[in-house]
Design a protein around this ligand. Sequence first.
Ligand code: AMP
Ligand code: MN
Ligand code: MN
Ligand code: MN
Length: 274
Amino acid sequence: MKIYDLHSHSTASDGVLTPTQLIERAAEKNVNVLALTDHDSISGLSEAKSAAEKHQIQLINGVEISTMWENRGIHIVGLNFDETSPKLTALLAQQAELRHQRAKEIGEKLAALGIENAFDGAKALASGEVTRAHYARYLVQIGKVSNDGQAFKRYLSAGKPAYVKSDWVSIPQAIDVIHQAGGLAVLAHPLRYTMTNRWIKRLIGEFKQWGGDGLEIAGCGQTPDQRQLLARWATEYQLLGSLGSDFHFPCAWIELGKSLHITENITPIWTSWE
Ligand code: AMP
Ligand code: MN
Ligand code: MN
Ligand code: MN
C-alpha cells in the first residue's frame, strides 16, 4: 500500500523546512506520493521535484489558495496542475500582492499596539511572502507571547487587534483557475473552519456546485467520529476523497504521511491521475 500525503508546506510559504528538507523527511517517513501545497505559491515546486526524483517520491504539483467565502477565509487546494499555466501564474501574482499589502498593514497595526518593526522581523523569518504564521513566530521570538497559538489568540485571528481582512479570490475563481491549469480542486480541512456543521455543509454544497472535485477527509489527529462525518459528506456531495497532514514543521502531533487513509467506499482523488 502506497502512503499518500497531499497537503504540506515548505519555506516557499509558512513551512520551516526547505522543499529539499521536506522531501528528505517524507522519504524517512516512507511517503510514496507527496503534494507540496504552499499558500498561494508554487515557487517551491521545482526544488521539490529534483529532490523527489532523488528519493523516488512521486511529487504532485500543489498549491493552497486562500479564498473568501461569506466573509471567511476558506482554503482550496489545487492538485496535479500544469505549473506553467499563465492563468495560474496571474492568480498567484495577484494573491502575492494582496499578501504583501496585508502583511504591511498587520505590521502597522502591531506598531500601533506598541510592537515596532514587526514587519521587518516577520520578513526576516520568511523566504517568500510574509504570512500570519511568520508574524506569530516573530511575536514568540521577541517574547510577546509564549507560542504561536497565543499570538493568533491575542493578535492575529479574525476580530483580534492586529487582524487585517484580505480580498482573496472567490472559491469559484480559484476552482476555475485550477481547472484551466488542468488540475483538481479540493476543499481543505473542512473541520478546521470555525463554523457549525450546517454552515460547513452549505460550503461543501456550493463548492460542489461550482465544480469542486474533492474533499479532504483525512488529516492528522482526527477522531474516528470526525473521519466518519467527513466520509459521509464526501459521499453525500459526490466528491473525491483527498488527504494530507498539512505538515508545517516537525512537532509531536503532525507528521508527514501519519495515519492518513481513505475510507473504503470513497473514491480517492489519485484515481484521476493514476
Ligand atoms: P495566512 O495564510 O497568512 O492567513 O496565515 C495562516 C496560517 O497561519 C495557517 O496556514 C497556519 O499555518 C497558521 N495558523 C492559523 N491559525 C493558527 C493558530 N491558531 N495557531 C497556529 N498557527 C495558526
Ligand atoms: Mn500555514
Ligand atoms: Mn489551510
Ligand atoms: Mn495548509
